[in-house]
Design a protein. Structure first.
Lengths: 861, 253
């Protein structure tokens, strides 16, 4: 074997370009896989860190439902519950920085608001031995126990605002602005990931004063050593009867955080798998090509006594060398890629989930390298078997005919694709499971995606050799218009080895399919966001308040009096408990929604339902909530209202989309029920609709009036563009990864064209002797690549649209029209990119072809 | 034979190949003229320089020194594009191995010079010429056969048809029977001779086989990169190799 190993190595070394391209192909595949694993491990570490940041050392969190927060009586009841060692209250309130506190840069960016979340903690308790919250300081000092002006600001926010320790920030409270002095900077994005990096920390007493003596938003509970979460939860359920509450433990929080990053992890892993799929194609092609040009050599080896098994090993050793080299290079590239991904994800607020940086998982290194090597070996199996079948007599023939029937080619093509596909599917749960690297990989939906993707790609790849002939003819038509001779000759060349062409085109197809599918998903997500906002908000602009504004204050009337305003509709967001779970709720005016034509009803009578809402005793439920709880029109919701009592709300309608809440869509209740039963004191937002055609003039006037009323105006278009911007950055990351897959396909095209040229040396000599110029030869090879590019682009775009539809369906995305969006722009760009990469890949092989010396070529055997 | 303006003229051609650190002189000053309608054979042993001379005369390669004049134009001075166009319009090549494009059928292979020139060989005068040469090489009915569906001799006849289809000033054939059995080789030589005798096609044939050279009007014997002798056989319907073999024997070859 050492002799054969050396032979294998020398054979690879003799073809440095092809060997390098193959190593690079597998390296890029492994790089994307490793980057995905390292990023996911980073997210996992981020989740762990976030749970600690959010809950500190607390075992349980008792959350308030009502705006007034948890009462002093509730806090006392928690503290007196046996088994509770410490109860640490926190007050959290969303508000705004006073505009003069903003830097010029921030203000000039056109931001209507600089929202922040004020987090009030008990510094004395936290500093004690039983304290539950650790705040990680980057610089400065902690809050003083008695100070009412100390403020801690996350480092990232401080940088954005251009402030530091010793600086001041003025925060809008219910009783007006209060100036705070920054005494310390918190590391990274700060303690509360749900605040999107904009959570500032003050003392509990200070925050209570700022927001009008509110109770705690939640109380974190530390348990005595013998107590269990379940026993304390039961005890609290018995004792806390003053107002509704919700309990959260650490596991619940980690699960919900992981769920928010699940889609991201699944998609990165999916792209990694697909990229590796492309790398496998490249390896298969490389080994097949090396084999086809070494038929005589292998025949000689067989004649000299080399056994079939030794020939198998020879090819597999070559694959092993490629796989090992590619995998190690891939690990190095992957680490660099994961750092870039972490930066990109870290810049996304609320979209990518928490991540501090990539974490190098030791098992992930092993897994990525192993996958790279195994996929390489799997791709080498068919060439190895073919090599073993070469008989000694082949050495005596002048040239290897190498003609197989289409059926036999298909069989082998199918075998290799299935082998790689099955390996990918088998490794998918391993990649996501044991290391806890991806929540989305677990469960039917997680595994459905790779099965679906591999399935669609398998069908497309298997169909390629069958339709290559007619498709190639059609694809070459645009080239034939300008370069008929080159197009005719290159078209035939594509059909020379359909298996090779199919694999080359297949690699391009899957890369482009991913780009188009991602484009489709992004488009559908954009459309869904826009549709959601316009479907549920009865206004062009939303003015939000940091305090509840009661109807009697006349704020709505003052806003409605501004010229150009057609309607002002008050909205209050709060929470209700249903079946022991916190559910987002919103108080709305049914008649306003009816008049404005908002909400898409999927069940119930629109007019009657909205009228019933204003009367009371009725609720309208979003479809997602109805599905979660198995609800339908006519059902009654039992909602606790404190004091051990509950009221009944009858479902009068189910709508496609509801108002956004904290963690999902909100059930809608009338104002009368909200104020009389659920402690809602007033509106925290006003939806303002302009008179058609007067928005341009009315918007600045309304914005000015709103600010005068201590409201922060935000146009709907601004909200949509902020969300779409986040989507755009996330999808551009995925696109970048998918582009890598296309680059690998480009390397495959270089390989295939080089081989095609090599096999046609004599043919090219004949063409040159028959009067074909060097330029014509050059163009012929480029047209050949272009034709492959057109075929790959067509199949890739087609498969991508189908994939986008299917993945969108699994992700639960639906455009307003009911079907996913066809991303025409992405399709156009992907097609141009694919054809461009293909033609660019042809440059070197075409140059090589055009430089072939005629005399040597016609004597070439 | 009338002595008209030569169709092809080689003047003092030399060709030196670099070989590792040294060099090899394949031609050492060869001069030769070919008259229109003439059938000339270049004969010599392996490595004598006969194929090199053919390649230089056809513009496939450039001489180290000397000139090649085809149809009054010095092709050894032309750049690659101009030489290629001249090759396409003025010359036809037949090689030893069956130099057909395997993906094209027989008719497409024959029509290749038209295709390369941007013409459709299935239409107009081009189609007419393709049909004509198919008849000349006696391959009627096999137009749509692919190379692997043709015998070795048929493949070489397709190659001859392709060389003739453009009605070139000269056809250059490099050992066209070297890979064929005696009978098939005879058919190929007959086809070449017919084109010369019936249509006035000028042909230069490279061979090491006296039986093949016997079809020529004149045989140039090449040895060590120089023309050693010229044997004039004249136009004969009888292609007996006996006079040539006798003359070669006299020369001690």
């Amino acid at each position: 074997m050492p002799g054969l190993g050396r032979f294998a190595w020398r054979s690879l070394r003799a073809r440095p370009l092809r060997t390098s391209l193959s190593i690079l192909g597998i390296a890029l595949g492994v790089a994307v896989l490793f980057a995905a694993l390292a990023t996911d491990a980073g997210i996992d570490a981020g989740v762990g860190r976030t749970v600690n940041d959010v809950m500190g050392r607390a075992d349980l969190r008792v959350g308030a439902f009502e705006e007034q927060g948890l009462s002093a009586a509730s806090l006392a009841a928690i503290r007196s519950t046996p088994g509770v060692m410490v109860a640490d209250p926190v007050l959290e309130q969303r508000t705004y920085l006073q505009r003069d506190a903003l830097t010029t840069a921030t203000a000039s960016a056109g931001a209507y608001a600089s929202p922040i979340t004020v987090i009030g903690v008990d510094p004395a308790l936290d500093a004690s031995s039983v304290g539950l919250h650790d705040l990680h300081l980057d610089s400065g000092r902690a809050l003083s126990a008695g100070s009412t002006t100390d403020l801690l600001v996350p480092l990232r926010l401080a940088r954005e605002l251009g402030v530091g320790v010793g600086g001041t920030l003025t925060i809008l409270g219910t009783n007006g602005p209060t100036a705070y002095r920054i005494v310390g900077l918190l590391s990274g994005a700060g303690p509360d990931p749900t605040a999107g990096g904009r959570g500032v920390v003050v003392s509990l007493a200070s925050s209570a004063a700022l927001f009008g003596s509110r109770g705690a938003s939640w109380v974190d509970v530390g348990l005595a050593p013998a107590a269990t979460v379940d026993s304390i939860a039961d005890a609290l359920a018995q004792r806390l009867t003053f107002e509704p509450f919700v309990l959260t433990d650490r596991a619940d929080l980690a699960t919900s955080l992981r769920a928010s990053t699940a889609g991201f992890e699944a998609l990165t892993a999916l792209i990694a798998a697909v990229t590796l799929f492309g790398g496998a194609f490249l390896i298969f092609n490389t080994l097949s090509m090396t084999l086809s040009e070494r038929v005589r050599e292998i025949g000689l080896l067989r004649a000299a006594g080399t056994t079939r098994r030794q020939v198998h090993r020879l090819v597999l050793v070559q694959a092993l060398i490629l796989g090992v080299a590619g995998s190690f290079l891939g690990l190095a590239l992957g680490f660099g890629l994961s750092v870039l991904i972490a930066r990109n994800v870290g810049s996304l607020v609320d979209a990518g989930g928490p991540i501090d940086g990539p974490v190098v998982p030791p098992l992930g290194i092993l897994l990525a390298a192993l996958v790279g090597i195994l996929v390489t070996l799997a791709a080498a199996l068919e060439p190895a078997i073919q090599a073993g079948r070469i008989s000694p007599i082949e050495a005596l023939r002048p040239a290897h005919a190498g003609r197989h029937s289409v059926v036999s080619q298909l069989r082998w093509l199918g075998a290799v694709v299935v082998t790689v596909g099955v390996a990918g599917l088998a490794l998918w749960p391993i990649a996501l499971g044991p290391f806890g690297l991806g929540g989305a990989g677990n469960g039917a939906a997680g595994i459905a995606r790779p099965i679906l993707v591999y399935g669609i790609l398998l069908v497309v790849t298997l169909l390629t050799p069958l339709i290559l002939g007619p498709l190639g003819r059609i694809a070459s038509l645009p080239f034939a218009l300008f370069l008929p001779a080159e197009a005719r000759l290159s078209r035939g060349s594509l059909a020379r080895d359909r298996k090779r062409t199919a694999l080359t085109v297949g690699a391009l197809t899957i890369g482009l399919a991913m780009i188009v599918a991602l484009g489709g998903l992004a488009g559908t997500a954009h459309a869904a966001t826009d549709a959601w906002l316009t479907d549920v908000i009865p206004g062009d602009l939303v003015a939000t308040s940091i305090r509840p504004i009661a109807a009697g204050e006349g704020v709505a009337q003052q806003l409605a009096a501004v010229a150009g305003v057609a309607r002002v509709s008050p909205i209050a967001r709060f929470s209700v408990a249903f079946r022991g779970v916190r559910v987002d709720a919103a108080a709305v005016v049914g008649s306003d929604l009816a008049a404005d034509g908002r909400l898409t009803f999927v069940a119930g009578d629109r007019r009657a339902a909205l009228a019933a809402l204003d009367v009371g005793g009725s609720t309208i439920v979003p479809q997602a909530v109805a599905q979660d709880f198995g609800l339908q029109v006519g059902d009654t919701l039992q909602l606790p209202i404190g004091g051990g009592e509950a009221i009944e709300e009858r479902i009068v309608g189910i709508v496609a989309r509801g108002l956004p809440g904290q963690s999902g869509e909100s059930v809608l209740l009338g104002w009368s029920d909200a104020t009389s039963h659920f402690g809602v004191l007033g509106a925290d937002a006003f939806a303002i609709r302009f008179v058609p055609g007067q928005a341009g003039a009315a918007e600045p006037a309304v914005a000015s009036a709103a600010r005068g009323l201590a409201l922060e105006p935000t146009p709907l278009a601004g909200v949509a563009s902020a969300i779409n911007d986040a989507f755009g950055r996330l999808f551009s990351l995925f696109d970048a990864l998918a582009i890598l897959a296309v680059v690998i396909a480009g390397l495959g095209i270089v390989n295939t064209l080089t081989m095609n040229v090599y096999e046609r040396v004599r043919e090219i000599g004949i063409l040159r002797s028959a009067g074909m110029t060097r330029r014509q030869v050059w163009r012929m090879v480029v047209v050949e690549a272009g034709t492959m590019g057109v075929v790959g682009a067509f199949l890739g775009c087609l498969a991508g649209v189908i994939l986008g539809f299917a993945l969108g369906g699994i992700a639960g995305l639906a455009s307003p029209a009911g079907g996913p969006t066809i991303p025409w722009l992405t399709i156009g760009l992907a097609a141009v990119f694919g054809i461009g990469i293909a033609m660019l890949a042809a440059f070197q092989p075409a140059r090589m072809a055009s430089r072939i010396a005629i005399v040597r070529a016609v004597q070439f055997e | 034979m009338l002595m008209a303006q030569p169709i092809l003229e080689a003047r003092d051609l030399t060709k030196r190949y670099a070989l590792g650190g040294s060099s090899v002189d394949a031609l050492r000053g060869v001069s030769l003229t070919v008259q229109p309608g003439e059938f000339v054979a270049l004969m010599g042993s392996s490595g004598s320089g006969k194929s090199t001379l053919l390649h230089l005369m056809g513009g496939l390669d450039r001489p180290t020194s000397g000139d090649v004049i085809l149809g009054g134009e010095t092709i050894s001075d032309l750049d690659d594009d101009a030489a290629t166009r001249l090759r396409r319009d003025q010359t036809g090549f037949v090689f030893q191995f069956f130099n057909l494009i395997p993906l094209l059928d027989a008719a497409e292979n024959v029509g290749l010079p038209f295709t390369i020139a941007g013409q459709d060989p299935r239409r107009g005068e081009a189609a007419e010429r393709v049909r004509d040469v198919f008849e000349l090489v006696d391959l009627g009915g096999k137009e749509h056969h692919r190379p692997d569906q043709l015998s070795a001799g048929e493949q070489q006849r397709v190659a001859i048809a392709r060389a003739l289809v453009n009605r070139p000033a000269i056809v250059l054939a490099d050992e066209p029977t070297g890979n064929l059995d005696f009978t098939t080789g005879g058919e190929i030589l007959e086809a070449l001779w017919r084109s010369c005798a019936e249509r006035g096609q000028t042909i230069v044939l490279v061979t090491h086989d006296a039986k093949a050279a016997a079809y020529a009007d004149r045989v140039e014997v090449i040895q060590d990169g120089l023309i050693r002798d010229e044997i004039v056989l004249g136009r004969r319907d009888d292609h007996s190799a006996a006079p040539l073999i006798a003359r070669l024997a006299q020369l001690g070859l």
